[in-house]
Design a protein around this ligand. Structure first.
Ligand SMILES: [Zn+2]
Ligand SMILES: [Zn+2]
Length: 179
């Protein structure tokens, strides 16, 4: 199951051997389609992450970019949403880099930020969460999207439907008669 998910791997063996405060930069350009079945990813994940050796592990920050296909919350038409992700997380090793000794097992909640026994850090779960955080709650195909007619479902950006006319006409008729 795990292996069928895409991974965003960075080998941090070298950095783990360095003293606290050591810094590495890592450029990403990765295909992340399939990162989540709810997401339609249109572009590779790009950007740079900064990795800092801490006393306990590796602290990651990064500004990443991808493009998502969403649905307009008013008219349901597909729309293209460029996303800018801010990631920040501290990863912890599962084995001691010097001795190879296993470190205490991590809590399941911390698995996403655990460096595996081969010293591979997988950013995928952090990125997946960042995408959900960065996605707009009510995406719009355009600011003034008129949406769909609640009665007949007509796509109102391309013109009014007859339902509206039915509601408006009788009033206009009365007005004409009054005049
Ligand atoms: Zn719309
Ligand atoms: Zn209508």
């Amino acid at each position: 199951m795990r292996d069928r998910n895409p991974r965003l791997n960075i080998n941090v063996a070298q950095l783990l051997k360095e003293p606290t405060g050591a810094v590495r930069w890592h450029d990403l350009s990765e295909e992340i389609r399939g990162i989540d079945h709810e997401l339609r990813i249109l572009a590779p994940l790009t950007g740079t992450v900064k990795m800092i050796r801490t006393a306990d592990g590796i602290f990651i920050t990064g500004r990443l970019h991808t493009v998502l296909q969403l649905e307009c919350s008013r008219c349901l038409e597909p729309l293209v949403e460029p996303l800018h992700l801010e990631i920040e997380a501290e990863f912890h090793p599962s084995v001691n880099i010097q001795t190879g000794a296993k470190l205490p097992l991590v809590e399941p909640a911390d698995r996403a930020t655990t460096i595996d026994a081969q010293h591979i850090l997988d950013l995928m779960e952090i990125v997946r969460q960042a995408i959900f955080l960065a996605s707009p709650m009510h995406p719009l195909c355009r600011e003034d999207c008129a949406g769909l007619c609640p009665q007949c479902g007509q796509y109102l950006n391309e013109g009014q439907c007859n339902c509206v006319a039915d509601v408006v006409d009788p009033r206009l008729e009365t007005l004409k008669q009054l005049l």
